[in-house]
Write a protein that binds this ligand. Sequence first.
Ligand code: AMP
Length: 181
Amino acid sequence: SGDILREHLKANTDIGNIAKKYVESGELVPDDVVEGMIADELKKTIYANGFIIDGFPRTVNQAKMLDKIIENTNTKVLYLKADDDFLVNRLSKRRVCEGCGKTYHLINISPQKEGICDICGGKLIQRADDREDVVRRRLAAYKELTTPLIEYYDRKKILFSVNGNGELIDTLTEIKKTFEW
Ligand code: AMP
């Protein structure tokens, strides 16, 4: 959902103009805006055989809306658990390619040539909302509005928790095992 919102911001669409101040300050974009956007996105035929959504839902209202769309499907929810300090370090040192969107990290996933994307040669930039002060605001929004989803999905017995605090490869291995991929 964040990627789709950033596309709207870039293209100055109506959704982008509404969402801008929320995205830039680290707050959640209002439910009705995001829900309409996701409902439209999921109508695309590329999702017909299944999909992974990252970043949505982020509130119980959004989850209820999604329930209506994915009713009677085999849905699993991944709860990637990590500590605040770990997340602040991950996000504030994250860099993304302006051209192709590939993600890097100043320490863990550095490019071959500083500031340049290995894949497309694009410039690596820091997302405005990956600045430490904004990351902390995003974490506060997460705690207030998103954590109720843990219980919401646990009750439905479709919640799977994975430790996200470790090395990338360990987390990936645990996710694959959990979902039998
Ligand atoms: P992300 O790329 O998932 O970290 O999202 C970046 C920003 O986009 C968030 O801090 C919110 O401002 C906004 N956003 C993304 N997904 C949602 C969502 N499901 N509900 C509300 N706001 C969202």
